[in-house]
Write a protein that binds this ligand. Structure first.
Ligand code: F3S
Length: 642
């Protein structure tokens, strides 16, 4: 039996395990990336491992999330990351050089390599044929130290793209269609592999838009083959030598398949408040728009920006609309400046933002109360924009630009002829904002400002784990609920004790206080608990508050891994109806916890208050069992290195 592309790359990197869906495998990691929001913690953890130099082929530290400097905190973090990177063999991409995934695609991504990034949109690299996976900072720290990355072997779902997109229909509409069909849970435990004659019609940045939002499907990653289109892109980036052809075997098998006829697609939008709440733009109707934001790692490529500039050229932004545009990288911004497209945007009335995550991470540009915001981003969870009552629609850059002019959500086809933009033969290459590491052995002082605080480290699992049900939440709790990420909190990414004061406060403002007063306890969750970002802080903040376990109907993959890495036990109800058997403040006990967890997946949690035994599953691999017993991955890694 032949192998599909995902299996081929996994096989090439396999360190242990069998490539059977659902069994644990370990793969060698070629490259890592971090962004500043998760990076400080990843580097603190890397330092705690005591390994002098990274062992990957390339590791890059990006500063793109917290680029606003309203106090010393972000600047402290940047300085720390810059110096720790220089010391340990990591490339450092300065603030302003661009959004990690965009820059990585342009300057570092290599087809066929594995990339582990402490950002959930790391799968963007699948657009260039990488096996690119988002993980917690600690996993990335371990990979930098040469350790493999452990995961459950995913199923591989083939998405066959047939035909070609009609004018005004875009790569964003393709991924929104996939989301519409599969939902935000549809990719869990899967790799989405794109195939079919339609892929030839898509440029690398368009492919990257699609793989980027595979994260919203909950997929492990998404990947495109590496073909002549990939080669052209790399050639234009002056990196043709990095190209290799990659394709599935002729007789490759897949666990699932869906087919999308590109010529049947129409402009789509994800309506508030979920990326899978997708409808045709023309069916939503011409709602009044207050803000349009174009950019983010989903849609900030040169091609995206050129199309936007072409739509705006000679027009004016509607008086009631605030249009903000953040080109994805210094390369993109430079090229727009050089060819006049930037002037067209400015003349139309656009506000140009720094090449960074910006409004996508709530760093500025919170919409007005009850405002409608059209965004080319990848997430529209309630409150992520910084304004709880705002209604965020996710759309293509074309729909966004057309609506910015008209002041209402509009199907861009109403504008008439679509702009024609072609890929440049050569991108402008200037890597002066990427600082290479200091030579091995060179003296580098790691600078630690007062914002760099020690992070919580768990203790080996006790025999008796007990505590109250500190909070009970519903389905689809996101990492934004667990650890809010807004402009006020972002500067404190390396200060977990402070951040913990805001843990789960969108669900219950008293949670941190109650957790501390009770000396920790348990969180009770619904399905898909922890969906959203790879934010490790969503596990570290509960750990800081003494949370010992989370009992949920189901977990999102990365969050569950982060809980395990922190030594917090992730448990799922064997019988979902038992969710109703635990109320807040109930006293819970796991007797013989170490023995129970060692002996198998089904364990008993006693609800002392209700006098009831509740069976829960702890679906852990042997290695994860040892991590939980050790009190987290850091303790486990230290033990391994002793
Ligand atoms: Fe940044 Fe938003 Fe992407 S925060 S990495 S632009 S999802």
């Amino acid at each position: 039996m032949g192998l599909n592309l995902a299996q081929k790359i996994i096989k090439e990197h396999l360190v242990s395990g069998e490539m059977k869906p659902g069994t644990e495998i370990a793969i060698r990691i070629d490259q890592t990336l971090t962004q500043d929001s998760t990076g400080t913690m990843a580097y603190l953890q890397f330092e705690a491992m005591g390994i002098p130099r990274v062992k990957t082929k390339k590791s890059v530290a990006y500063i793109d999330h917290n680029t606003l400097q309203t106090g010393f905190e972000n600047a402290d973090d940047h300085k720390y990351i810059q110096t720790v990177a220089a010391k340990h063999g990591i490339y450092f991409s300065k603030p302003g050089n661009g959004i990690c995934h965009q820059v990585h695609l342009e300057r570092f991504g290599v087809p066929g390599m594995t990339l582990l990034g402490s950002d959930s949109h790391t799968p963007t690299g699948g657009g260039i044929g990488m096996l690119a996976i988002g993980a917690g900072g600690l996993d990335v720290a371990v990979a930098m130290g040469g350790g493999p990355y452990y995961m459950m072997m995913p199923k591989v779902c083939r998405v066959v793209l047939k035909g070609a997109l009609k004018p005004w229909v875009t790569a964003k509409d393709i991924i929104l269609e996939v989301l519409r069909r599969l939902s935000v849970k549809g990719g869990v435990g899967k790799i989405i592999e794109y195939a079919g004659d339609g892929i030839k019609t898509l440029t690398v940045p368009e492919r990257a838009t699609i793989t980027n939002m595979g994260a919203e499907l909950g997929a492990t990653t998404s990947i495109f083959p590496s073909d002549e289109v990939t080669r052209e892109f790399l050639r234009a980036q002056g990196r043709e030598n990095d190209w290799v052809e990659l394709k599935p075997d002729e007789d490759a098998e897949y666990d699932e398949e869906i087919v999308i006829n590109l010529d049947e697609l129409e402009p789509l939008a994800a309506q508030p408040h979920s990326p899978d709440n997708v409808a045709k733009v023309k069916d939503i109707g011409k709602i009044k728009v207050d803000q349009v934001a174009i950019g983010s790692c989903t849609n900030s490529s040169y091609m995206d920006m050129m199309k936007v500039a072409a739509i705006l050229k000679g027009k004016k932004v509607h008086p009631d609309v605030s249009l903000v545009i953040a080109p994805g990288s210094k390369q993109v911004l430079t090229m727009l400046a050089q060819n006049g497209a930037l002037a067209d945007m400015v003349a139309a009335g656009a506000r140009i933002l720094e090449s960074a995550c910006g409004p996508c991470i709530g760093m500025g540009q919170a919409p007005a109360t009850d405002a409608v915001s059209l965004r080319t981003f990848n997430r529209n969870f309630e409150g992520r924009s910084g304004t709880k009552s705002a209604k965020v629609y996710l759309v293509s850059p074309e729909t966004a630009a057309a609506s910015a002019i008209t002041g209402v959500l509009i199907d861009p086809r109403e504008l008439g002829e679509a702009p024609k933009v072609s890929m440049p033969e050569k991108f402008v290459i200037d890597d002066s904002m990427v600082l290479p590491p200091a030579p091995e052995g060179a003296e580098v002082e790691v600078v630690r400002g007062p914002n760099i605080k020690p992070f919580p480290i768990n203790q080996a699992l006790a025999d008796k784990v007990s505590g109250k049900a500190l909070i009970k939440v519903g389905d689809n709790i996101t990492t934004d609920h667990i650890m809010p990420s807004n402009a006020k909190l972002l500067p404190f990414r390396s200060n977990v004790p402070y951040l913990a004061e805001f843990c789960l406060t969108p669900c219950d403002p008293d949670f941190p206080k109650r957790a501390k007063e009770n000396g920790g306890g348990f969180i009770i969750g619904g399905s898909n608990y922890g969906q959203g970002s790879s934010r490790e802080h969503a596990a570290l903040a509960p750990l800081q508050l003494g949370v010992k376990g989370v009992i949920a109907k189901s977990f999102a993959r990365i969050h569950m891994a982060n809980l395990i890495n922190s030594g917090i036990i992730p448990m799922t109800f064997e019988n979902e109806a038992d969710y109703d058997e635990i109320d807040m403040d109930d006293e819970l006990v796991i007797e013989n916890a170490r023995e129970q967890i060692k002996n198998g997946s089904s364990i008993v949690v006693k609800n002392v208050t209700k006098g009831k035994d509740i069976k829960v599953n702890v679906a852990l691999s042997q290695r994860q069992v040892e991590i939980i017993l050790a009190g987290g991955l850091l303790n486990y890694t230290r033990q391994q290195n002793q």
